[in-house]
Design a protein around this ligand. Structure first.
Ligand SMILES: Cc1cc2nc3c(=O)[nH]c(=O)nc-3n(C[C@H](O)[C@H](O)[C@H](O)COP(=O)(O)OP(=O)(O)OC[C@H]3O[C@@H](n4cnc5c(N)ncnc54)[C@H](O)[C@@H]3O)c2cc1C
Length: 562
């Protein structure tokens, strides 16, 4: 699609000193950290596919559709014209196009359709590429990806449903899944009285036939307070059965071909993520089939949650990357005080700092992805690392994203605050990953739980610091201080955020000193590992090579290094 060009002159005045439209982006080709990281962590076999998808996801047309899908928010259609309940959500056509683009390019299915080394690394890269264009569509992508492992553990259900989730086709029709070319899955956990504390769930499940337990049919009654992507074909749902809190697959249509009673009460009027519908739902004698063992609902669904938390890392890293690209583009084409803004010394500090943070987020995400791949191959150490590093990454990467979006917006001056630009959308999207799939405190408490319950978790983390030992005095000191901190068991709950933050920063530092260019790694260690760091952007210390960092961040504008 040809990018829009502003008219050279208007009757009243000539427009000068405004950037050209960014146009098509090569999200893979322009991102050296991504290309190197995917290769390093074992995803190289998907490089050609990622290169192609990076151009599709980065096309101006895709970004325009994302804008449309968010501007024209979904609408609830409770009834048809004859008064029959249909509980459907209508979306702008752009939303369906984006769903098709993501599914047909295997965003939710790649890791499971192409298992083996690098499968989850490539999946992370696909997620990172598409999330730069649109976050709302990525919610059902993430849930569909994450639902596969728990479904596979119940073959009575998984054998029927998993092939639908991996079909690679988007079929938006509201008809029984058996009649569709492909399906997606959502998740019903949160209730009004408790989201983090799902043991307070009040939804009940009664056996519908003579049998009970895994694979048996139930009828569910209750409510769910946050249900995203309600046009998904089925939902992993928590409810109390006789044997305790259990997990069920609740489809939109019963196996007998009838509309399952899932009553959408209303759609949430959300801050961001507006293309994606999130709703409140009531279940009245709703058909479901038990997934996992009776009374083991939390461990069953937590496996899905774990993969969703990993998605949050990739998605927040993507938001940072796109905010950075937009900020670099704007400041490279705009002049203030007789100099391009990107050449103003203080702005170079801000931009370089944003670039360092974005690369730190990506390097950690891809390292976790590799651990997930190795864990799938039976490596227990990798599994322990994946378990703790996913929680650490979910907390820290998602926590850093809103401030990053704000700073990238500020680089644009006034136009960054205006809806014509993508920046308000990125800014509204940024806090979400911090809240859903476990809000900050809950994630930090999960880090503590993992430390105590999984013997291999802390040693796996410390091994990363050991691998980097000797490369940076600041990093070695941070790793040693962290070890001492972990040895002190007093009042750990109240200290959980500080502990998690220091784990995250030391981990990112250890990865950057081994894998990133010296300019980026040195800037990270000199700022984040120093005692004077406040977390604000643009305070990199003297001696940082801004030119090298900016040049790496966006080679399309080589002038940065000047
Ligand atoms: C846009 C959106 C879409 C969503 N989609 C879905 C969905 O599809 N399916 C679904 O099931 N849920 C969904 N959720 C719900 C989301 O997962 C929950 O909101 C989240 O888990 C937090 O639960 P809560 O809202 O009940 O907050 P609460 O559990 O009440 O927590 C409130 C605050 O207290 C903190 N807190 C809780 N326990 C502790 C503790 N022990 N110590 C210290 N602090 C604590 C939390 O970190 C949080 O900051 C969605 C949420 C949003 C915003």
């Amino acid at each position: 699609m040809t990018p829009l060009r502003p008219l050279a002159a208007l009757p009243t005045h000539e427009v000068t000193n405004m950037p050209p439209h960014l146009g098509d982006q090569d999200l893979w080709g322009d991102d050296a950290a991504l290309r190197e990281g995917v290769e390093r962590e074992g995803g190289g076999r998907a490089a050609d596919r990622l290169a192609g998808f990076g151009r599709r996801a980065g096309a101006a047309e895709t970004f325009e559709k994302a804008d449309l899908a968010n501007r024209h928010a979904p609408e609830l259609k409770s009834f048809d014209r004859y008064g029959m309940r249909i509980d459907q959500v209508a979306f702008h056509p752009a939303y369906h196009d984006l769903m098709g683009l993501a599914i047909e390019n295997e965003v939710p299915s790649f890791a499971w359709r192409h298992p083996g080394p690098g499968a989850h690394v490539s999946h992370a890269a696909l997620t990172y590429l598409f999330s730069q264009a649109e976050g709302g569509v990525m919610c059902p992508m993430a849930m569909t990806y994450a639902a596969v492992p728990p479904l596979r553990r119940t073959p009575e259900v998984g054998d029927e449903w998993v092939p639908r989730l991996l079909a690679g086709s988007y079929d938006p029709r509201d008809v029984p899944a058996a009649e569709k070319a492909g399906a997606t899955v959502g998740m019903f956990m949160t209730e009004k009285q408790g989201g983090s504390d799902v043991r307070t769930n009040t939804t009940r499940a009664a056996a519908a036939g003579r049998s009970a337990g895994q694979g048996a049919e139930y009828r569910l009654t209750g409510h769910k307070f946050f249900c995203s992507a309600p046009m998904s074909d089925a939902f992993l749902t928590l409810a109390y059965a006789g044997g305790g809190l259990s997990c069920f697959l609740v489809p939109r249509w019963t196996p007998g071909g009838e509309r399952n009673p899932l009553f959408i009460q209303r759609l949430k009027d959300k801050l961001g993520n507006r293309s994606n519908a999130s709703c409140e739902i009531e279940l009245h004698d709703t058909w479901g089939v038990m997934v996992g063992e009776e009374g083991r609902g939390i461990p069953t669904i937590i496996e899905m949650v774990h993969y969703n938390r990993f998605y949050c890392c990739a998605s927040s890293a993507a938001l940072m990357r796109q905010g950075l690209v937009q900020a670099l583009h704007h400041t490279n084409h705009r002049t203030a005080f007789q100099k391009r803004i990107i050449h103003q010394s203080l702005m170079r500090n801000v931009l370089a700092d944003l670039a360092v943070e974005a690369e730190a987020a990506l390097v950690l995400t891809l390292r976790i992805a590799r651990a997930i791949d190795e864990a799938a191959a039976g490596d227990e150490g990798a599994a322990a690392f994946a378990r703790i590093a996913t929680a650490v990454g979910k907390y820290w990467i998602c926590k850093r994203a809103p401030g990053h979006a704000l700073e990238a917006m500020e680089c644009h001056g006034g136009p960054g605050y205006v809806e014509d630009s993508i920046m308000p959308r990125l800014y509204r999207e940024a806090p979400l990953n911090s809240i859903w799939e476990g809000s900050g405190n809950v994630i930090c408490l999960d880090v503590l739980r993992t430390m105590f319950r999984e013997e291999g978790a802390v040693p796996a983390l410390l091994a990363e610091f050991d691998a980097a030992r000797g490369t940076s005095a600041a990093l070695d000191a941070a790793a040693d201080a962290l070890k001492d901190e972990l040895a002190d068991r007093n009042d750990m709950e109240a200290r959980a955020r500080g502990i998690t933050e220091r784990m995250a920063v030391a981990l990112q530092g250890a990865l950057l000193v081994r894998h990133a260019p010296a300019a980026t790694a040195d800037a990270f260690c000199a700022s984040r590992l120093g005692s004077r760091w406040t977390g604000a952007y643009g305070a990199l210390p003297a001696g940082v090579d801004f030119g090298a960092i900016l040049d790496r961040a966006q080679p399309a504008a080589r002038a940065f290094a000047a």
